[in-house]
Design a protein around this ligand. Structure first.
Ligand code: S3P
Length: 753
């Protein structure tokens, strides 16, 4: 195919007429030309030199000083002059345009463009009229500044009207997409209101601040000492004053409303400062600081820490070199389950709760953000320390929008219980992995308590919609599956319910909720597998010390057990008996593991765990250990592959509904690395390859947004014969943000890409 054929195939318009040919108009004309979208491009501007330059550049085929001459026979007319001139131009060209011509514009405000069109055409607007707004600009203006890639990866908002034909909308959309833009649609009114807040108000404030400082007597000093903050804030005050003058007047109503909002928020901050009102002041500042990354994260459905750490949304991968050692004394980050609960109960308590050892991982941060969204003041976690200014059981405020749970099933299920009892409505959303996880298991018992809760995803999955204002009643509930999350969600709802709530579990599951409720002074009655809580009490703030997470420690336990000459001490890890299945299973497999320095910390038992190179053997894992090691099976499968003989796991169907289907995903990965294993509906059979030499080959593993899959295949590298690449490892930050740092420290060669 020749170049001419290619260009002709792309033709969208026979003739395009630009009225005005500044930065935006001439950039669009360049796109039309470069992509061969128009057979002929003409323009009218008042400046002859602009036309001459455009002709010399080859951007247009003909130029006119009168718009009427330009629009004759044009099938697309682009109004690219200042928005204030729209009515005059439309009035001039109205009688000369083709009946089926498409008319679009590039103005920053849309209500006034629409009004101008109504003034000229009356209420029956031409079906080809499609207002639009490319959100792009550059420091320079004019035809010479135009660039063919000005709109690439920028947003273009198209605001179709009731009268707009689908053909006109499709063609304008296609044109902007060809320019590389991200095309969005909204109504004229929404456009003007949103832009008033996100663009017009910031420009107004920048102009205003510079003016305020410039009119002071000491203005020279002010500008001499102006540092980065002033420069960053006022950079946009260097924009074209005439253009902004026009925009402020054109979008008057929406801008005035935005100024009112700003003034009242500023007054609020002023009052807080005047009154030395420290808690709400830090609350406002921390919420604002978090909001920027939080909303980007929510919109792009990417992990928090990734956005924070490297400011990028590209998928991350681990590249693990074969072999390595496993030695040293390691401090594992805080327990995820305990961290979640410390924020929840701290927020609902009366008084101020200090937390130490808090896990600054994605999931716990999602919990923290959710409570900030409901008006709770929580300081930024630093070195594992967080302060929560509790609002009491009746102090949560309605959030402004959906609460974002990220990757966290624990946040979602526990919060469902809390939110079912609130006076306001809420919606819970999350990332692609969370969106696949079953939520009816918590919705059902909450409905029995009187909650109005809907799982609005396809298969009883998120988003979850909860209607507030329901009076809940205590229930006696037999859990159909061993789930600490469901048990905890029900127990939390019980705090607001009439009478007693009893949850009976088929097998014991982690009891952090029960322990922590007691630590906050709330009565909990535990009789064997039955837990009872009565509504109507209160939580009293306390200090919480979060132990190191045994689930994170498990990767290093297995790593040490499978590595020749390994010797690792994991400091002060939580050894709550409802979590120690991994220790018991590894011991039964013959692991060389011992506990030292046992102590109590914040109501939870802790110990140093020492683990050394071991001769592992395959076992049939006792089913009663399954709930006690539920998060550790991906790591235990790696241990099983390095054992002598067969390991059989049964009674673990729950693994199929974790962050990924951990039975299938682990089996797929083990197969890739050359391990013989058979997934079953409720477990796995793994043929161990023995205690010596390489067990795993090299290969590329897909982690399926599952942190524990990624970390398990990382430690497999210690007994691999070649490089292992693990794709999609950003979710490791949900539970173990410094995993690769500690792994390197202990002797594994692992690179993050
Ligand atoms: C958790 C309970 C478990 C566990 C999860 C954390 C908790 O989930 O897998 O990582 O903090 O209550 P289930 O309750 O779904 O078994």
């Amino acid at each position: 195919m020749s170049e001419t054929d290619l260009i002709l195939e792309n033709v969208l318009f026979e003739k395009v007429a630009f009225i005005g040919l500044g930065l935006i108009g001439s950039s669009l004309a360049r796109v039309l030309r470069a992509k061969g979208l128009a057979r002929q491009i003409v323009a009218s501007t008042r400046s002859q030199s602009t036309l001459d330059q455009a002709l010399t550049l080859g951007v247009i085929d003909a130029g006119f000083s009168n718009p009427v001459d330009a629009v004759i026979d044009a099938d697309l007319i682009v109004l690219a002059m200042p928005v204030g001139a729209t009515e005059v131009v439309l009035r001039a060209i109205a009688k000369h345009i083709k009946p089926d011509a498409i008319i679009t514009d590039v103005g920053s405000t849309k209500g006034n463009v629409l009004q101008a069109a109504i003034n000229v055409f009356g209420e029956t607007l031409p079906s080809g009229f499609v207002p639009a707004h490319p959100i792009a600009g550059a420091e320079k203006s004019g035809v010479m500044a135009g660039k063919v890639d000005l709109f690439r990866h920028h947003k273009v908002i198209v605001t179709p009207l009731d009268s707009t034909s689908s053909d006109a909308l499709a063609k304008v959309t296609q044109m902007w997409k060809a320019a590389g833009a991200d095309v969005m649609q909204m109504t004229v009114a929404d456009h003007d209101e949103i832009l008033a807040h996100t663009s017009h108000l910031p420009h107004l404030l920048a102009f205003n601040l510079v003016e305020q400082l410039a009119s002071r007597a000491d203005n020279l000093d002010i500008f001499r000492f102006a540092a980065g903050g002033f420069r960053d804030f006022t950079r946009i005050a260097a924009s074209d004053p005439q253009m902004w003058h026009d925009i402020f007047l054109a979008n008057k109503k929406a801008i005035l409303a935005a100024i009112d909002g700003f003034t009242s928020q500023l007054d609020h901050l002023k009052t807080l400062i005047e009154n030395d009102d420290s808690t709400p002041l830090i609350g406002t500042l921390t919420r604002a600081q978090a909001a920027r990354t939080h909303f980007t994260h929510m919109i792009e459905k990417t992990p928090y820490l990734e956005a924070v750490m490297n400011n990028s949304t590209t998928p991350q991968q681990f590249i693990v070199q074969p072999g390595g050692s496993m030695t040293g004394t390691l401090t594992i980050p805080g327990d995820k389950s305990v961290s979640h609960r410390s924020i929840m109960l701290g927020a609902l308590a009366e008084g101020t709760t200090h937390v130490t050892g808090f896990l600054e991982g994605e999931d716990a941060l999602a919990t923290l953000q959710a409570f900030r969204d409901m008006g709770v003041v929580i300081t930024d976690p630093k070195n594992g320390e967080v302060t929560i200014h509790g609002v009491g059981l009746h102090g949560l405020k309605p959030p402004q929008g959906a609460l974002y749970m990220g990757n966290s099933g624990t946040t979602t299920r526990l919060l469902s219980g809390i939110l079912a009892a609130q006076a306001f409505d809420t919606v819970l959303t999350g990332d692609p992995s969370l969106t696949k996880r079953p939520m009816e298991r918590i919705a059902k018992p909450l409905r029995l308590m009187g909650a109005k809760i809907q799982t609005t995803g396809e298969k009883g999955t998120p988003p979850i919609s909860i209607s507030g204002g329901q009076a809940l009643e205590g229930i006696d509930y037999l859990l159909p599956m061993a789930s600490a999350q469901v048990k905890s969600g029900i127990l939390l709802a019980a705090l607001w319910s009439k009478g007693k709530t009893t949850v009976t579990e088929p097998e014991p599951t982690r009891d952090h909720t029960e322990r922590m409720l007691k630590a906050f002074g709330y009565a909990v009655d535990v009789q064997g597998n039955k837990v009872t809580v009565e509504g109507g009490g209160k939580l009293t703030a306390t200090n919480i010390q979060v132990p190191a997470d045994i689930s994170s420690a498990a990767f290093f336990m297995v790593a040490a057990a499978i590595t020749p000459n390994a010797n690792v001490v994991l400091r002060q890890v939580g050894i709550n008996p409802t979590r120690t299945g991994v220790i018991e299973i590894l011991k039964q497999m013959g692991a060389n593991i011992s506990l030292e320095n046992e102590a109590m910390a914040g109501g939870e038992p802790v110990a140093d765990i020492r683990i050394q190179a071991s001769k592992l053997k395959g076992i049939h894992i006792p089913e009663d250990q399954v709930p006690l090691a539920i998060d550790e099976f991906p790591a235990l499968f790696i241990a099983a592959a390095c054992a002598e003989g067969q390991t059989v796991l049964t009674g673990a169907a729950e693994l199929r509904v974790k962050e990924s289907d951990r039975i299938q995903v682990m089996a797929d990965g083990l197969h890739i690395l050359g391990v013989d294993c058979t997934p079953t509906p409720d477990g796995m059979i793994i043929e161990g390859k023995g205690n010596q030499g390489a067990v795993f080959g090299s290969g590329t593993i897909e982690s399926h947004h599952d942190h524990r899959i990624a970390m398990s295949f990382s430690i497999a590298g210690l007994r691999a014969s070649g490089e292992i690449t693990i794709i999609g490892t950003e979710t490791v930050a949900t539970s173990f943000p410094n995993f690769t740092v500690l792994a390197q420290q202990a002797g594994l060669t692992i690179k993050v890409q």
